[in-house]
Design a protein around this ligand. Structure first.
Ligand code: COA
Length: 279
């Protein structure tokens, strides 16, 4: 789909890059020639992913143990990364989420999600932006949202609030940092299965009819998301900023299409409706 060296020479940091979607996107970045650093809370998970990429693609992937909830830890990590040269691209991917009734959440439960998604993303973005601005360098920030940033999400309210905040950050900084040559973009994925997200968000009765909630009748493939991200961070997308691209098989618009079971109606059922309405 892309020229093989689309991201050659680009130094990229992916937060939460050891597992899930961050790992899949990182793999694509490496295939396209990027020089990748991944960070996360668990060093052994990061090292395992780096080892896999080394064996499969011959790529040296750097790892940084960092909990993005700590502004100090983020600063320390960025200083270490910058010692070997500046980043070109930041991918804000680290997230935490779980299903719960909102009225039953403890303050610590609310904080744990907001701290990772909203605060962690802000710490990483500002730490990179400040360094780019001080050096007079361009840069790109891509943030992974979810549909909840655009339309809310019951039972995952702290995550929806945090992702909506990240979207506001994307639009705001696209303007404030545009004159400095810094782009901010986002993607809002629909259902893309990962072990972590499915464990937290998909009890059996929720996942059973998942495809029925998507007009294209399937979940997303990781490579589809990874290709979109690759394009958005590449120089080919150099005039796109402040934009959140939805990749959801049409899920977002299903609410406006009436009862979703109408998608499964037979021709006979439609004919009956037609006859009824024409009297
Ligand atoms: N329902 C309700 N409350 C929950 C919860 C759940 N499923 N999971 C955690 N909490 C609460 C805890 O009870 C605690 O609050 P309390 O001290 O008042 O009891 C608070 O959240 C923090 O819990 P802790 O176990 O210390 O979490 P953490 O901060 O180490 O972990 C999470 C962060 C909560 C997001 C955790 O789920 C996590 O690390 N998840 C992995 C990443 C992930 O979520 N991936 C999927 C992304 S879609």
């Amino acid at each position: 789909m892309f020229q093989k060296d689309l991201l050659k020479g680009k130094r990229i940091l992916i937060t939460g890059g050891g597992t899930g979607l961050g790992k899949s996107i990182g793999q694509r970045f490496v295939e396209l020639g990027a020089s990748l650093t991944i960070c996360g809370r668990r060093l052994e998970v990061l090292q395992k992913t780096a080892e896999e990429f080394r064996e499969e693609f011959g790529a040296a992937v750097a790892v940084q143990q960092c909990d993005v909830r700590s502004a100090d830890a983020v600063e320390t990590m960025m200083n270490r990364i910058w010692q070997d040269g500046p980043l070109d691209i930041l991918l804000n991917n680290a997230a935490g989420n779980f299903l719960a009734q909102t009225d039953k959440l403890s303050p610590r439960a609310i904080d744990s999600v907001l701290n990772i998604v909203l605060h962690g993303t802000a710490y990483c973005t500002v730490a990179c932006g400040r360094r780019w601005i001080e050096a007079g360098r361009p840069g790109t920030v891509l943030s992974i949202l979810t549909l909840s940033a655009l339309q809310g999400a019951p039972f995952t309210v702290p995550s929806a609030m945090a992702k909506a905040g990240v979207l506001a950050m994307t639009k705001s900084l696209a303007v404030e940092w545009g004159p400095k040559g810094i782009r901010l973009v986002a993607v809002a994925p629909g259902p893309f299965p990962t072990e972590g997200a499915w464990k937290q968000l998909m009890p059996e009765d929720r996942s059973r009819d998942l495809e029925k909630g998507v007009p294209l009748r399937r979940v997303g493939r990781h490579e589809e998301l990874a290709n979109l991200c690759s394009f958005l961070v590449s120089d080919q997308a150099g005039y796109i900023t402040g934009e959140a691209v939805v990749i959801d098989g049409g899920k977002r618009y299903l609410g406006g299409a009436g009862p979703s079971n109408m998608l499964d109606w037979t021709d006979e059922q439609w004919e009956q409706l037609r006859s009824r309405s024409r009297g």
